[in-house]
Design a protein around this ligand. Structure first.
Ligand SMILES: Nc1ncnc2c1ncn2[C@@H]1O[C@H](COP(=O)(O)OP(=O)(O)OP(=O)(O)O)[C@@H](O)[C@H]1O
Ligand SMILES: [Mg+2]
Length: 270
């Protein structure tokens, strides 16, 4: 196998020197980080800094220009890429930023899809599992609704039920609460926390929502467009209260003025 040293037991994701982009143009350069079992790691950063691009590289949808990604110890960027991806596919769930559900299928059929694709379970058992998953996200009474007949928040919850259909060990969510009102967004956060605590699911959640970050994040990884990489890693409260980086403070305190040169020269608190 690869020459890299084997990851520690509880390492679920390890990205090493990752450079990702489109064509020859890198969006992120030399990104290295680790996600441990049971963590909820949020990925933050302004629009266009490469959050979704990073997520696509982590799940093998795009191939990095350089560097490696290991998921549960399997290197999905090396020569055994296809086999490694095959071995992890059942163990990861993904909630995409846009249009996660198939519009031509009912909510129940959407949730059944991964079960039909990856298991040999009989239809009746799949139906029971689908019911259970929809119940978990509060949509048991909407099984036969089409995606277009649901509200935005309900669609997100249905997409979460589908992402969770195979009881993944790792869940990737790209801006799960974007476009939702604050209460619905908070309910979705609660749901993610429940899945994390009750089922021990490790999560990587892309979000700009400060309230969400403070509610769910074990740690944050902050990306920056000009830096083309990670500018901070830490617990949200530490980044908010103790970061010396004006870009980090500006984000956590919602104060763009902190990024002006005169603010940068002011000694940070703490
Ligand atoms: N399929 C693609 N082909 C070429 N360039 C792309 C593609 N997808 C994204 N990009 C470019 O990569 C950069 C990062 O995009 P990305 O979608 O990762 O940003 P993001 O941080 O997720 O932004 P947002 O918060 O708006 O979702 C942008 O400059 C974007 O134009
Ligand atoms: Mg995005």
């Amino acid at each position: 196998m690869g020459a890299l040293k084997p990851p520690a037991e509880d390492v679920m994701i390890h990205a090493e020197g990752l450079t990702v982009g489109y064509g020859e143009r890198p969006v992120l350069k030399d990104v290295t980080f680790t996600v441990h079992a049971g963590e909820i790691v949020t990925v933050l950063g302004g629009s266009g800094c490469g959050k979704s691009t990073l997520l696509k590289a982590l799940i093998g949808l795009i191939r990095p220009l350089r560097g490696s990604v290991r998921i549960r110890g399997a290197c999905i960027t090396g020569s055994d890429r296809e086999a490694a991806l095959e071995s992890i596919r059942r163990h990861i769930g993904v909630l995409f930023q846009y249009g996660a559900l198939l519009g031509s299928l009912s909510i129940a059929d959407n949730v059944a899809l991964p079960l039909e694709e990856f298991t040999d379970l009989p239809r009746s058992l799949i139906a029971d599992l689908v019911h259970f998953k929809l119940d978990t996200v509060g949509l048991a009474d909407y099984a036969h609704f089409m995606p277009a007949e649901l509200s935005g928040g309900m669609r997100k919850r249905a997409a979460l039920a589908r992402a969770m259909a195979l009881d993944p060990e790792i869940l990737f969510c790209d801006e799960p609460s974007a476009g939702l009102d604050p209460i619905t967004a908070a309910e979705l956060d609660e749901l993610l926390l429940e899945c994390n605590r009750a089922l021990g699911i490790t999560m990587v959640v892309i979000t700009h929502e400060l309230a969400s970050i403070e509610a769910i994040a074990t740690r944050c990884i902050m990306l920056d467009k000009s830096a083309q990489g990670i500018i901070a890693v830490g617990r949200p409260e530490d980044l908010k209260n103790h970061s010396a980086d004006p870009r980090v403070r500006a984000f956590f305190h919602r104060q763009p003025s902190l990024m002006r040169p005169e603010a940068a020269s002011v000694a940070p608190e703490g």
